[in-house]
Design a protein around this ligand. Structure first.
Ligand SMILES: [Zn+2]
Length: 298
């Protein structure tokens, strides 16, 4: 822990209040619907406690570590990430030496190849975000796993870490608690927030929405009772259905408009208002244009 100076009011700050308990031993530090703050999981077993995501920057990382330590007591901590994006993982330095940091190999590789570029991009988002990233260091995991599934027995509670490869990022990971039927999705699902299509061609076009869509089907087959989205309010499987429906809707609208001869900037101008109007209570509409351009192959 450190005595870092507090962040300014407009910085994306993870709550230091006691987390919400979903079921005994499974807690969430809710994002309070603040942009660039993720939902963060704290999952207890008899022998160890797993933290899912850690917020952006060293101050947020300290906050999450303090909350997790309070719950864990003397039990060792494990930190894993849903994906490498800064608001989910760039607080990990606070955990170095205080937790076992454990990612999938693809995430580690993506953190190395794309982490510095994302850091520069996020620093350009304004003074609040920049302040949150002050003093940030990109730290490597202590260990990684290969393959689509890794089970951890925390002691009386098994968690499954699963990845399908390239989707929202190169190596998104969900965390699934089979006995509790609780699912942490990362940004594969957000709740009443337009899905983030990080589609910035030609420089950065690491996205596979077809696989992302099929993952959403696989996640519905798990039949989760509780879904903790990457951002937005905790709910049930309807969160997964809403994201899948949005993807189907945008893909279909783009197909129809393209076959009617609409192209280029006209496509976005024509479709974005339609998509916005279909989801009047969703936040972050700036991501609609990216989704349209992605499906149009632009
Ligand atoms: Zn993300």
């Amino acid at each position: 822990m450190s005595d870092r100076s507090p962040m300014p009011p407009d910085a994306p700050a993870v709550s230091a209040a006691p987390p919400r308990t979903l079921v005994p031993g499974v807690h969430v530090i809710e994002d309070r619907r603040i942009p660039l703050v993720p939902n963060i999981g704290i999952v207890e077993g008899r022998d160890a406690v797993l933290v899912v995501d850690c917020g952006m920057g060293p101050v947020n990382g300290d906050t999450v570590l303090a909350s997790a330590r309070k719950i864990a007591g003397d039990r060792p901590l494990i930190l894993t990430l849903t994906h490498f994006h800064p608001e989910h993982g760039f607080g990990a330095q606070a955990f170095k030496g205080h937790a076992h940091i454990f990612y999938n190999a693809g995430q580690r590789d993506e953190l190395v190849s794309r982490g510095p570029g994302y850091l520069d991009m996020f620093r350009s988002f304004g003074p609040g975000v920049s302040a949150a990233l002050d003093g940030v260091e990109i730290v490597m995991p202590d260990a990684v796993y290969d393959g689509p599934l890794h089970r951890i027995d925390l002691g009386g509670r098994v968690v499954e870490l699963r990845t399908w490869g390239l989707a929202h990022t190169a190596a998104d990971q969900i965390v699934w608690l089979p006995a509790d039927r609780i699912l942490f999705t990362g940004d594969l699902a957000e709740e009443r927030i337009f899905p983030i299509f990080p589609w910035f061609p030609p420089d950065d076009a690491v996205l596979d929405a077809a696989r992302w869509r099929s993952i959403l089907t696989d996640l519905q087959v798990l039949d989760p009772a509780i879904v903790v989205p990457g951002h937005g309010s905790v709910g049930g499987a309807e969160i997964l259905r809403a994201v899948a429906g949005y993807m189907d809707e945008v893909a279909q609208l783009v197909r129809d408009a393209t076959s009617a001869g609409v192209a280029g900037t006209d496509l976005v101008a024509r479709l974005a208002p339609v998509i916005r109007a279909a989801h009047p209570d969703w936040e972050a509409p700036e991501w609609i244009d990216f989704a349209i351009r992605y499906y149009a192959g632009q």
